[in-house]
Ligand binder design. Structure first.
Ligand code: HEC
Length: 117
């Protein structure tokens, strides 16, 4: 057996489902993130969006936050709903702005895990 010969095939098989998923259902999460979150948190999630420099405290580095154990689905849904209204940051409460419904928030949260973790 020469396992290395099969490696390209294996890699192709492993990456296939991921790219297929991103092209379909998760496209919505991405679009919503780009529209509602990226201006502050940046396309990379690192907190370097175009308006980031004007905010104090600056937007969170989501890529960093998602790697900690404190961050869960519930926490992410809560931050989208509440924004900074309880903790006095510049993040809007999307419940207040009524721009993001429950299903859209869930799509964003899925996108965050898939993209930045
Ligand atoms: C107007 C700028 C702005 C927008 C738009 C924005 N955020 Fe934020 N966000 C912030 C700021 C500022 C903080 C607070 C950072 C801190 O507390 O140090 C924050 C914090 C967070 C946190 C907490 C991270 C942690 O480490 O606890 C999460 C999660 C988050 N934002 C997700 C989102 C998502 C998802 C969206 C889009 C639906 C979004 N934000 C839109 C500015 C923004």
């Amino acid at each position: 057996m020469a396992p290395s010969r099969y490696l390209p095939v294996l890699v192709a098989l492993l990456t296939l489902p991921v790219s297929a998923a991103q092209a379909t259902g998760d496209q919505k999460g991405k679009e919503l993130y780009v529209k509602h979150c990226a201006p502050c948190h940046g396309a990379s999630g690192e907190g370097d969006g175009v308006v980031a420099a004007h905010l104090s405290p600056p937007p969170a580095d989501l890529a960093q936050a998602l790697k900690t154990e404190l961050v869960s689905d519930e926490y992410l849904m809560w931050t989208i709903r509440e924004g900074g209204r309880n903790v006095h940051t510049g993040m809007p409460s999307f419940e207040e702005t009524a721009q993001i419904n429950e299903a859209d928030a869930q799509a964003i949260v899925r996108y965050l895990w898939e993209t930045f973790k």
